[in-house]
Design a protein around this ligand. Structure first.
Ligand SMILES: Cc1cc2nc3c(=O)[nH]c(=O)nc-3n(C[C@H](O)[C@H](O)[C@H](O)COP(=O)(O)O)c2cc1C
Length: 237
C-alpha cells in the first residue's frame, strides 16, 4: 500500500487502519537523524498559551496586509507562546499523518527584542515541551552576522522572526517530487497561521523568504536539504 492510498483511507476516517498501514512505511533513517536532538539543559519553558485575542478572525481577515517596518516595542513572551502553540496545532491538524512518519516542520525564533529572551539569539521551538531551546554555540557574533543571512534591513530590525524548516528529503523519499511541493504548502500554512495569530494579538507582520541560504544554514545548524528553510515571518508592533 502506498502513501496515497493511506491518505485516502485517512480521509475516509478509518484512522486506526491508517496508523497501522503508516507504520509499514519506513523512511531511510539517515534522512531523519538529529531531528529530535536538543539539550534539555538549555530549555526555556513557555507559559501555557492564553486565549486573549484582541481582534476577531473577521477583523483580522479584513485588515490583513503585509507590514514590514516595526516600532522598537518588545514582543510579549506569553504572546509568543500563543503564536507557537497555534502554529503547532494547525500543523498537527493538517499534516498529522506526516508527523507520524517523523516528517516534521521545525520552528525557529530569531529574537531581536522579545521580553525575557536574550537577544539577538536563535531559539528552536520544541513542541513536545512547549519550550525554546537555545541554538547557541556559534551565535556570539550573531548581531554582526544578521545582514549576511537576511536580504532586507527592515526584516533584520524586526523584534521577532519566526522561521520554519521542513524535513524535505524525507518528504521526497515518501512522496517523490510532490513531497517538496507538499512541504512548501505546509510552510505556507504555518507562516500564514503565525500571521493570523499575531494579528489577532495586535501585532503586524509580513511573510518573507529572502535569505542568503549558505550563511543561514551555517548559523542555524541545519544542513539545507534534509532540513530546509521553507518560509519566514517577521512581526512586531
Ligand atoms: C512565499 C512568499 C515569499 C515572500 N518573500 C518576500 C521577501 O523576500 N521580501 C518581501 O519584502 N516580501 C516578501 N513576501 C511578502 C509579499 O511581498 C507581500 O505579501 C506582498 O507585499 C503583498 O502585500 P500585501 O499583503 O500588503 O498585499 C513574500 C510573500 C510570500 C507569500
Amino acid at each position: 500500500m502506498d502513501v496515497y492510498q493511506i491518505i485516502q483511507e485517512m480521509q475516509q476516517e478509518n484512522h486506526e487502519r491508517t496508523i497501522k498501514n503508516l507504520k509499514q512505511i519506513s523512511i531511510h533513517h539517515s534522512l531523519l537523524e538529529d531531528q529530535k536532538k536538543y539539550s534539555s539543559e538549555n530549555l526555556i519553558h513557555l507559559e501555557p498559551p492564553l486565549q486573549r485575542s484582541i481582534q476577531t478572525l473577521q477583523d483580522v481577515l479584513n485588515q490583513r496586509t503585509a507590514i514590514k517596518k516595526f516600532e522598537s516595542t518588545p514582543i510579549n513572551l506569553l504572546d509568543l507562546s500563543s503564536i507557537l502553540a497555534t502554529i503547532e496545532k494547525s500543523d498537527e491538524l493538517n499534516w498529522g499523518i506526516f508527523r507520524e512518519l517523523g516528517i516534521d516542520l521545525n520552528i525557529y525564533i530569531l529574537a531581536r527584542n522579545i521580553e525575557n529572551l536574550t537577544s539577538p539569539n536563535i531559539y528552536k521551538y520544541i513542541p513536545s515541551e512547549h519550550a525554546l531551546s537555545l541554538v547557541s554555540k556559534r551565535n556570539t557574533t550573531l548581531k554582526n552576522k544578521l545582514d549576511t543571512i537576511i536580504l532586507q534591513k527592515e526584516f533584520i530590525d524586526a523584534p521577532a522572526l519566526i522561521l520554519c524548516t521542513g524535513m524535505v528529503a524525507a518528504s521526497i523519499d515518501v512522496l517523490g517530487n510532490h513531497g517538496y511541493r507538499q512541504m512548501l504548502v505546509r510552510g505556507g500554512n504555518a507562516m500564514n497561521t503565525a500571521w493570523l495569530a499575531t494579528l489577532s494579538l495586535g501585532y503586524q507582520g509580513s511573510i518573507f523568504a529572502g535569505f542568503y541560504h549558505d550563511a543561514l544554514v551555517e548559523l542555524f545548524g541545519f544542513d539545507g536539504y534534509k532540513e530546509m528553510l521553507l518560509l519566514a515571518f517577521a512581526f512586531g508592533r
